[in-house]
Design a protein around this ligand. Structure first.
Ligand SMILES: C[S@@+](CC[C@H](N)C(=O)[O-])C[C@H]1O[C@@H](n2cnc3c(N)ncnc32)[C@H](O)[C@@H]1O
Length: 235
């Protein structure tokens, strides 16, 4: 059985690591995977690499590889939530056959152009083995998260997202143990730390993200202490 420390990001390929966790080890797997599925026709190839994407080397994998991590995700976590880009929604829907799906408005800030300031939307897929005993969340509309250069705090990872939405999901599903296999700048870790009573484990293949993850973990811890202080004042 896999023994990993909680509240730690491991800088390695997540797939072998996922395979080593026992069934149902985590309450929730929440992630923002590398989106591309090995096709040669994406905007990235047509238009050249956008400036902010130049550091990302690990975004393009074949469908078979995605199916492997998704199978492992469903095996080791009771609830699996991940986002995919609008452009590839149909392809991912066929591939994953999600039990639930909700739409998340998403301010796309990848590129510093007018286009990037338009709202686009990104579907979030939710997969449950056992549906949680809470109101379904997949009807949520209109939550705007900020990505890329629109994020107020600057992170090295060009796909960095603002994260209170993820906190809402973790809290809403009452998850106490969370894994994020594609940690990026570490929004999942930030939110688990902020909630205070949620243990997390992250994987990220590219250790260039380490300073981002450390920054976000520290932000989460500070936010938790602030709420604790507020509670002390109130009671
Ligand atoms: C879409 S980004 C995640 C961004 C994240 N949501 C954030 O807010 O920063 C996907 C991440 O998966 C990482 N990644 C790609 N292949 C991986 C693998 N095999 N194992 C672990 N991480 C991987 C990439 O380096 C990238 O940082």
């Amino acid at each position: 059985m896999e023994t990993r420390e909680w509240n730690k990001c491991y800088y390695e390929d997540c797939l072998p690591a996922l395979k080593a966790f026992p069934n149902g080890y985590f309450d929730m797997l929440i992630t923002d995977p590398p989106w591309k599925t090995g096709k040669k026709s994406g905007w990235r190839e047509k238009k050249g690499k956008p400036i902010n994407m130049k550091d990302i080397d690990y975004m393009n994998y074949p469908v078979e590889w995605h199916l492997q991590w998704i199978t492992e995700a469903r095996r080791i976590a009771k609830i699996v939530i991940f986002c995919v880009p609008l452009k590839d929604e149909n392809e991912w829907t066929k591939m994953v056959d999600p039990k639930g799906k909700f739409i998340l408005y998403f301010k796309n800030g990848f590129r510093p152009t007018k286009i990037s300031l338009r709202n686009s939307y990104s579907p979030y897929f939710t997969c449950f083995d056992k549906p949680p005993k809470i109101k379904p969340l997949y009807n949520i509309f209109g939550i705007v998260i900020k990505a890329g250069f629109l994020n107020k705090t600057k992170y090295k990872n060009p796909s960095a997202k603002s994260s209170s939405f993820f906190k809402y999901l973790i809290k809403g599903f009452n998850a106490k143990t969370v894994i994020d296999p594609f940690m990026g700048s570490g929004y999942t870790a930030e939110q688990c730390e902020e909630l205070g009573n949620v243990k997390w484990i992250g994987f990220e293949i590219d250790d260039k993200n380490k300073p981002d993850v450390e920054k976000r973990v520290a932000i989460g811890k500070r936010a938790f202490l602030k709420t604790k202080d507020k509670q002390k004042v109130l009671f």
